[in-house]
Design a binder for this molecule. Sequence first.
Ligand SMILES: [Zn+2]
Ligand SMILES: [Zn+2]
Length: 435
Amino acid sequence: VSEVLLLGTGGWSWPNPFCRCASCEWARSAGEIRTQASALVDGAVLLDCGPDVPSAAVRHGAALDGVRLLLLTHAHSDHVSPQVLMLRHWARLDAPLVVAGPPAAIALHEHWIDPAGPITLRTLLPGDTVTAGGYVARALPAAHGDATTGVCVLYDLTTPDGTTLLYATDTGPLPDETLAATAGRAYDVVLLEETFGDWPGGDAHGHLGLREFGEAVAALRRNGAVGDATRVVATHLGDHNPPGPELARRLALYGAELHPDGTRLTTGPVPRTPGPQRVLILGGARSGKSLEAERRLHAEPDVVYVATSLPSDDAEWADRVSLHRKRRPAHWQTVETLDLVPLLEADGPPLLIDCLTLWLGAAYDDEGRADALVDAWRRTRRTLVAVTNEVGSGVVPATASGRVFRDALGRLNAAVAAESDEVWLTVAGLPQRLR
Ligand SMILES: [Zn+2]
Ligand SMILES: [Zn+2]
């Protein structure tokens, strides 16, 4: 059993002292301060060392004199600061320390290190392994970097007692070589970056947002790097993220954890608590209900997306359907059908049903069909997320058939909600839990 101390879980700094956005204001008022991402394993291996890391160690009650291996991911200044090694020099430590990392990160240290002293510099490229004090670290490719950093790496670390850790920051969507190298590892701990929250386009900057984080977890589940007992912890968090409680909720949907700086994670089997089996999400038009439904399943290795829309030659509708399709992860399987009962009765990966309103539109003249659906809902063993429209708060429909449909949908929503483990309402993109 090893101990992983989260010295920092921020990008540069969340809150950003210069920023007045709602996310930074929340972090300031809650006192939830995240500084540069870094982790200390068993007091012996330090993963990254930005300029704030030594003072974070002091604040969190950790000493760094036992560190024998400093692993640097890349040369960006929130991950590397050679001048902090002066502190070690002043302490007159003569125990050996290996500082390992890609060429540009190691080059920054050259003027700060006495070649005759106890510190050894070691240049690593993806695929290289470095060993110190019984700890074995392998460098893996990262999707990150620019002309100043050159190659950037992630680390696969094994401790002397066999505990395994994947340290994955900074990176965009994990490269194929990294997925191949981590296959079957079933890590004890995965520290995975989640820099950009819901901000679009984060992966183009060599980072992950919430959606890409979920998809990376799904990929690591598919290749066996993340198993049932793996603790997946988000790090390198920035102020594009929603305030803490909402961020924790979103990560928990992925089976991932959010912890404050200074948390000591002990490894060892932590059984994953299964999420709710049947979830119904109600919302008005453009309320964010479909997006919320999709987000719940981004970290699942396989998903069947059930589109209940019937093919239409309406161009605006076709555009909207293709936009929704592009938004979904490429590996999701899409099924277009109104025949929901056989899907609920069969075994298989989670189902995302979007949406019950359209389904009812095609089936509402037959009350028996709605009863059969509700009955299958009650009995299904599959994980289900379904979307439906919340109607009835607007104006009364002008036509008699519109009023009949509104009433039928209200009855169907209530019946399905009664058979669901969780029920949510989205308003202005904000999900509210009803049940
Ligand atoms: Zn960074
Ligand atoms: Zn970086």
